[in-house]
Ligand binder design. Structure first.
Ligand SMILES: CC(C)(COP(=O)(O)OP(=O)(O)OC[C@H]1O[C@@H](n2cnc3c(N)ncnc32)[C@H](O)[C@@H]1OP(=O)(O)O)[C@@H](O)C(=O)NCCC(=O)NCCS
Length: 186
């Protein structure tokens, strides 16, 4: 008997369980390494490695697991999995006046296969279409900016340089803000 092999991996979106904590950290770590080093701004690979140096410690993983299982009010965390492997993550926050897309990361080897879009669609189900949705992206992250533009986000013109994104080198990842107006969500 010849079995037909499916070309596309089956991607399943869900809320995380405790055993996803390491996989989630891995998605953050791998995508940060792949995305944020930038010569012009002075962000190095070493900067990213330094930022994640304690991320896989038992203590941090424990904290993260607790947060994942008991998210703050109005927050939704989603994972995209292929089998038991976490290949993408998304976090959104509902607000009184507007909503926020706080993070959307897909493992480099799974990018461009619809994972980001699937996570976004599920996140949007949770947020609803009643309020504007804001997101920030590194100003040099053209890939993310193009992806958000495709979803209907537009630049607000605001720029940020936050101390919490100050890296070991002393350089800060600069950000731009984008908004998806409620009236333009489809
Ligand atoms: C940005 C990111 C989340 C997009 O996720 P993805 O899984 O690669 O994107 P998808 O495959 O779901 O693409 C969805 C749609 O966006 C389009 N798209 C994806 N990347 C794009 C790009 N760089 N430029 C233009 N369009 C793009 C796709 O063509 C697709 O369009 P279609 O629905 O018409 O086919 C992902 O590439 C990623 O994790 N990047 C690194 C981390 C990052 O920058 N995160 C954002 C931090 S703010």
């Amino acid at each position: 008997m010849v079995e037909e092999l499916s070309e596309q991996p089956k991607i399943v979106i869900s809320t995380p369980s405790a055993e996803d904590a390491v996989g989630i950290q891995n998605v953050f770590y791998q995508t940060w390494l792949d995305t944020y080093p930038n010569e012009e701004v002075g962000i190095t690979r070493d900067d990213v490695e330094d930022r994640f140096k304690d991320s896989f410690s038992a203590e941090i993983l424990q904290q993260r697991t607790e947060n994942l299982l008991n998210p703050p009010s109005g927050q939704k965390f989603l994972v995209a999995k292929v089998g038991s492997e976490v290949v993408g993550v998304c976090r959104v926050q509902r607000g009184n006046n507007s909503h926020e897309l706080q993070g959307l990361y897909v493992l480099p080897e799974y990018q461009g296969q619809g994972v980001g879009k699937l996570l976004w669609q599920e996140a949007l189900e949770f947020l609803g279409t009643d309020k504007d949705i804001f997101v920030r992206a590194a100003s040099y992250n053209k890939q993310a900016i193009s992806f958000y533009e495709k979803l209907g986000f537009k630049s607000t013109g605001r720029q940020f340089s936050e101390e919490r994104f100050k890296m070991k080198s002393g350089n800060i990842i600069p950000e731009i803000e984008m908004v998806l107006k409620a009236s333009e969500i489809n």
